[in-house]
Design a protein around this ligand. Structure first.
Ligand code: DC
Length: 218
């Protein structure tokens, strides 16, 4: 069973993916971490973040055991990831790991930008999570503030817009909903309501196979 969750930065897709995976007893992969880790490894080795050769080399050699790293959280790591994610060979190098993960039993939830379109086009359920740039910037602004980062709202909004443009404007695997994805607009929803809505959409799509497998009915 494969559940694909795509959407833009700060849409809430990561939180939703984890909650959905817990609910169904599935494995969860935040695929953004792979791109973040590649950017981290490139810069740590002394290369520029936009060095294509280095990015491809570090993507090919990425050790997934290094994904659980606090240095990968935060807006700067996300921006750096978005830059290496434009490189087709980087994307290709990360594909096999993502596809192998998606086949884990009893099921897997993957969140990213191209899960429903490229990584797992045959996923059992696909959700594309959206929210206006303004509300996403507000959420990110509050999250940063709670971590002691005083970045002004306008700057956060500008960064969100810039990342959206880069992720959806790139030639290879741009961020976009798959034709068969269900859109979930969280602009007016809190996390609990968004989670309930997502589980409802998934159960409607896959029948109650997931619930039967795990014995959970939500
Ligand atoms: O989901 P995130 O913010 O951690 O992702 C960081 C960047 O990685 C994102 O701006 C674009 C890239 N990315 C991607 O191109 N494809 C994915 N499946 C996941 C992330």
């Amino acid at each position: 069973m494969i559940i694909a969750i795509d959407g833009p930065a700060a849409s809430g897709k990561g939180t939703l993916a984890k909650r959905i995976a817990d609910h169904f007893g599935f494995h969860c992969l935040d695929t953004g971490l792979l791109y973040r880790a590649v950017a981290r490894d490139v810069v740590r080795a002394g290369f520029r973040g936009d060095d294509t050769w280095a990015a491809v080399a570090y993507a090919r050699g990425l050790d997934p055991a290094t994904l659980d790293d606090q240095a990968l959280r935060g807006a700067a790591a996300g921006d750096a990831a978005s830059v290496v994610a434009k490189i087709p060979e980087v994307r290709r190098a990360l594909l096999a790991y993502q596809r192998a993960f998606s086949r884990r039993e009893p099921g897997a939830v993957l969140d990213g930008r191209d899960i429903g379109t490229v990584v797992c086009p045959d996923a059992d359920a696909k959700i594309f999570v959206t929210a206006t740039p303004e509300i996403r910037a507000e959420r990110r602004f509050l999250e940063l503030k709670s971590r002691g980062d005083a970045s002004p709202y306008d700057k956060v909004l500008a960064m969100i817009r810039e990342r959206d443009a880069r992720d959806s404007g790139r030639a290879d695997a741009p961020m976009k909903p798959a034709d068969d994805a269900i859109l979930l607009d969280t602009t007016e929803l809190d996390i609990e309501t968004a989670f309930d809505a997502a589980v409802g959409l998934i159960l409607r799509k896959i029948g109650h196979r997931g619930a039967l497998q795990t014995g959970k009915t939500g």
